[in-house]
Each structure stands twice: as structure tokens, then as C-alpha cells.
Design a protein around this ligand. Structure first.
Ligand code: DAH
Length: 350
């Protein structure tokens, strides 16, 4: 084996010198990347040398392979080192720039938003919890019994027409109101008790600015030995002042619901238009907020309670409507429409 310097060594050395000089001269990452491609790319100078192995005499191939492979590695390492150096220099330059103030607050990352429905629901849960109410959760798929029959609405009863129902093939239904939880609560809790059960309800009806097929209600139920309309009204007043954080006008009208006797409709002055009329209040200035009444004896019986011993009041708050009032939302379809921009409009503390 010859100890002379092989003929190809000059090419290797020249390419190494040229590449390393170009690497050292690169002042930014883009230029360095160009140098990298020119040396190590498919048509690069170092790559061209590596490909030459096959043209050499067999006796030289091993030495040449080691030399060209070594060159490739050397160039790769030089590029990596230069890249680190350029990055570090960029950071150093930024820090040295006196107009850069690292103590200034950065851009605040965009966070999520609690949906106004959830916010109002949680707030109400707090108000009621502080008044001694339990917060209960019942299924959205209900039996015909709990949704209708137990509430004194038998199959033949005309009141069934009041609520268009999504029926399931199993004979179950999507609850049309949170009142479906009343009898469940009577079985679940030991009287006397007070409870609320908020949740989604479903109605098979055409939609417009004040009607949705899916919306939220919050049912309230209080069972005790002596319950009067006075109790009911007093609780409603406390509740509404807590919700609206101001005095709202209310009016009580007689209302018919098979599961209460007497039954009432509690209206509040429209919080969107303030009185003159708009699409939310159907141009009356008043919005039906809260039907309520004293629990019908048949419902108490369905709940296993003796109407001679126990009485109760109940209300069904339209949570969706309340949110609309509270935030001045004029179309109920926005609430569950799924447009994130709607929710983003409600910032914490609003
Ligand atoms: N469940 C009734 C509805 O959705 C509302 C209702 C009326 C609930 C009177 C009550 C009540 O608790 O006492 O139309």
C-alpha cells in the first residue's frame, strides 16, 4: 500500500476548505441553509465527492470512503455549531437592544369562555344552595310516566297538546320540561326538602327568535308541612333580585298547569327593550319568566307523599329566556347555535 498522498485528497481538502469557509461566513440562518444545501444537498459539493467512490480503483475505495464520509460529518457538525451560534447571537442582540424591555407584559394567550347559560346556571345554583336547596340532576331521556302521568297529565288529557314531544322508538321521550324530575325528587329525598333541578329540555316545534327545539329550564320544588302562595312569592322575590341584581317589575297572572293548583304565570318586564316591545317580548313589554304554583295533590301522591300531611310549591324557570334577558340576547337560537364568536362575546365578570 502506498504511503503517498492519494490524488483525490486534494479534492477533499479543497471542498472541506470551501464549505467550512462558507459556513463561517454565513451570518443568518437562511444563508446557512443555502450553504448546507450547496454542500450536503442532493447535488451538493460534498455529496458529489461521496458519489465518486465507485469510480475509484478497488484498492482505494476504503480509504476514500472514510475520507469523504469524514468530510460529510465534519461539514454537518460545523453547520450545527454555526446554527447554534447564529441563534445565540440573535438572542444576544435582542437582549443588548436597550429598546427591548423584557419586563413588559407579553401578549395574553386567548383563554376559553364559560357559556352564558352555564354561568347563569352556576350562579343560580349558588343562590339556591345558600337558601338550603339541593341541586339535583335527572335524565334527559325520560319515561312517559315521569314526564306526564306522574304530573297529573294522563294520556287523554288535553294538556299533552301543550308540549310537542320528541318520542323515542322505545316509548321513552326527550323530557319536555324539568318538571319531569318532581316525582323523582319526592322519591329520592326525605320530606321536608327543597331542591332545584336545572337542565336541557326538548320540544318538537318550529324555531324562531323566541323558540328553540332545545333549551334550558330550572325547576324548583319545595315540600313541607305548611306551604302557601306567600312562601312561594317570597322565595321568587328573593330569587329574582339575586338573579337580576336590581329591582325588576313582576306581574302574576293565573296560569293553568295540571300539576299545580292554583297555578300562576309570573311575568317580568322585558329586560331587552325595557318596555316598548321587541321580538323577545313579542312586542308586549312583558316576558313570561316563571310559571309556578302549589303542587297538585295527585302529584304528591305519585311521589309517595300523603297530601294531607305534605304540601309544596314548584316553579319552572325558563333558563334560556333568563340568559337572554340578562345579556340582551335577542334571538334564542344564538344560545346553542355553536358559533364560538357568540360565547367569546361574554367575558369573565360580564
Ligand atoms: N313544566 C312547565 C313547562 O315547561 C312549567 C311549570 C309550570 C313548572 C308550573 C312548574 C310549575 O313547576 O309549577 O311548561
Amino acid at each position: 500500500m502506498s504511503t503517498e498522498t492519494p490524488a483525490w485528497q486534494a479534492d477533499i481538502d479543497a471542498t472541506a476548505a470551501a464549505s467550512l469557509a462558507a459556513i463561517a461566513a454565513a451570518q443568518d440562518l437562511a444563508t446557512l441553509r443555502e450553504v448546507e444545501v450547496a454542500a450536503l444537498g442532493r447535488k451538493g459539493s460534498v455529496t458529489a465527492l461521496t458519489k465518486r467512490t465507485g469510480q475509484l480503483d478497488k484498492s482505494e475505495r476504503r480509504a476514500y470512503g472514510a475520507a469523504s464520509g469524514g468530510l460529510r460529518k465534519q461539514v454537518q457538525q460545523a453547520i450545527a455549531a454555526r446554527r447554534d451560534a447564529i441563534r445565540q447571537a440573535t438572542v444576544d442582540a435582542e437582549l443588548a437592544d436597550l429598546s427591548f424591555d423584557e419586563t413588559l407584559p407579553g401578549t395574553e394567550p386567548a383563554g376559553g369562555h364559560v357559556h352564558p347559560l352555564s354561568r347563569v346556571q352556576l350562579e343560580l345554583e349558588e343562590v339556591f344552595t345558600s337558601m338550603g336547596f339541593a341541586v339535583l340532576d335527572y335524565p334527559e331521556i325520560e319515561s312517559e310516566f315521569d314526564n306526564f302521568e306522574a304530573l297529573n297529565i294522563p294520556g287523554w288529557h288535553p294538556a299533552r297538546d301543550m308540549q310537542d314531544t320528541f318520542w323515542l322508538e322505545s316509548g321513552h321521550l326527550l323530557r319536555t320540561h324539568t318538571s319531569a324530575g318532581q316525582v323523582r325528587a319526592m322519591h329520592q329525598l326525605e320530606p321536608p326538602f327543597r331542591a332545584i333541578f336545572p337542565g336541557k329540555v326538548y320540544r318538537y316545534e318550529s324555531t324562531d327568535a323566541s323558540h328553540e327545539h332545545t333549551f334550558h329550564q330550572l325547576e324548583g320544588l319545595m315540600i313541607d308541612r305548611h306551604v302557601s302562595v306567600g312562601h312561594l312569592l317570597d322565595s321568587m322575590r328573593t330569587l329574582l333580585s339575586a338573579i337580576f341584581r336590581r329591582d325588576v317589575q313582576v306581574r302574576l297572572r293565573p296560569g293553568y298547569f295540571p300539576f299545580v293548583e292554583p297555578g300562576f304565570e309570573l311575568d317580568i318586564s322585558c329586560q331587552v327593550c325595557g318596555g316598548p316591545g321587541c321580538s323577545v317580548c313579542k312586542h308586549t313589554g312583558w316576558v313570561e319568566l316563571l310559571p309556578c304554583g302549589l303542587v297538585h295533590p295527585n302529584v304528591l301522591r305519585a311521589g309517595g307523599l300523603d297530601p294531607d300531611e305534605w304540601q309544596g310549591w314548584a316553579f319552572g324557570l325558563g333558563l334560556s329566556r333568563l340568559v337572554m334577558m340578562r345579556y340582551g340576547v335577542s334571538d334564542i337560537r344564538l344560545l346553542l347555535g355553536g358559533d364560538a364568536r357568540f360565547v367569546e362575546g361574554f367575558h369573565a365578570g360580564a
